[in-house]
Design a protein around this ligand. Structure first.
Ligand code: AHG
Ligand code: MN
Ligand code: MN
Length: 333
């Protein structure tokens, strides 16, 4: 089989299909290079003093790991000089990062969760990076929070890297989903899967069941029915997995199907969910839909939500279409 590198793949998308332009191609290449650098840092782990807390908190009051901060820095530095971006926003920064005046500015906005699943870093379980690309609104020269508050349906590209046994990059340009595997010897991402598809039906679910007593009735009903198994209303047994790294859980679903839920709960009524709309829910919803799955907050399609804050949280239910639709149905009932 011909080995196709990420760069070749992108050039082909640009030349033959006109799905991307040179700036977007550069953007994706630069992000992939940053992910490679993050992968190397993660791989060194304790040998390079990479593990443990940074002793700081992010805008959401979460304790930052050293690797949260390092990954954020790697993405900022890699992306600020290329001329492809108007600004960047990150889960780990209060407000958008402006492109320094000494560099040219481009038409895209980049958003990222630099390190997803960072509570897993110290126990050597898969983590990842999630990113989303929007167009900078016309006439905006210094993009503030508002410039980024566009519905997920406006994304031009989204992807994630999983730092697991292999480092993978999963990408959508709005025309299906492709997966690349990092060849550590040549340093290239190699195309290993095109047109990833999520089976419409599944026997596997992912949810943090320790929150069960805080769930709203539709989610409680759905999970109760799955747990009841063969003798319950579903008439079959279901299996459960929860990595607690969204990237790893979503990647499993893209590979063999499943449903992932991080629903709204009453533990902290001020929060509409745990996951972040702009850095986690939107890019993952875009990828999942492009692979034939569905993504909702229970009541509305994630990609149709009108964002109100850069760090806004949202309930997320995504994966195999028929199961996601069933949960939506329970919310509507
Ligand atoms: P992050 O490390 O970027 O803050 O994200 C962690 C998220 C997500 O990756 C995962 O699905 C979820 O939090 C895990 O939550 P619990 O600790 O409640 O299981
Ligand atoms: Mn995350
Ligand atoms: Mn994170």
């Amino acid at each position: 089989m011909r080995r196709v590198t990420l760069m070749q793949y992108l050039i082909e998308q640009e030349r033959q299909k006109d799905w991307i332009n040179a700036d977007l191609r550069l953007l994706i290449e630069v992000v992939s290079r940053a992910c490679k650098a993050i992968s190397i840092a993660i791989g060194k782990g304790e040998l390079a003093g990479m593990l443990g807390g940074a002793g700081s908190e992010n805008v959401q009051g979460e304790a930052q790991k050293k690797l949260d901060v390092i990954s954020n820095e790697i993405l900022l530095e890699a992306n600020e000089w290329g001329g492809h971006l108007a600004a960047m926003a990150s889960e780990e920064m209060d407000h958008p990062h402006q492109i320094p005046h000494r560099f040219p500015r481009g038409e895209y906005l980049l958003l990222f969760d630099p390190l997803d699943g960072s509570s897993n870093i110290d126990v050597n379980i898969s983590v990842g990076t999630i990113f989303s690309v929007l167009r900078c609104p016309e006439g905006v020269t210094r993009p503030d929070d508002n410039a980024f508050l566009q519905p997920g349906a406006s994304q031009v590209c989204a992807g994630y890297a999983v730092y697991g046994p292999s480092t993978l990059l999963v990408l959508t340009l709005g025309h299906g989903v492709a997966c690349f595997t990092l060849d550590r010897e040549t340093g290239s991402f190699i195309l290993t899967q095109t047109d990833m598809r999520i089976p419409e039906d599944t026997g596997e679910f992912a949810i943090n069941a320790s929150n069960m007593r805080f769930w709203e009735p539709p989610v409680k009903r759905y999970i109760d029915e799955l747990l009841a198994g063969k003798t319950g209303p579903r008439g079959r047994d279901f299996n459960m997995r929860w990595v607690a790294s969204m990237v790893a859980d979503v990647h499993r679903i893209l590979t063999r199907g499943g449903i992932f839920l991080y629903p709204r709960d009453t533990k902290d009524p001020a929060k509409a969910g745990k996951l972040r709309l702009m850095y986690e829910a939107n890019p993952m919803a875009f990828i999942v839909e492009q692979a034939g799955g569905a993504a909702t907050n229970g009541r509305e399609r994630i990609l149709d939500l009108r964002p109100t804050g850069l760090h806004q949280r949202v309930a997320v239910i995504l994966g195999s279409k028929n199961e996601v639709e069933r949960v939506s149905g329970y919310h509507a009932a």
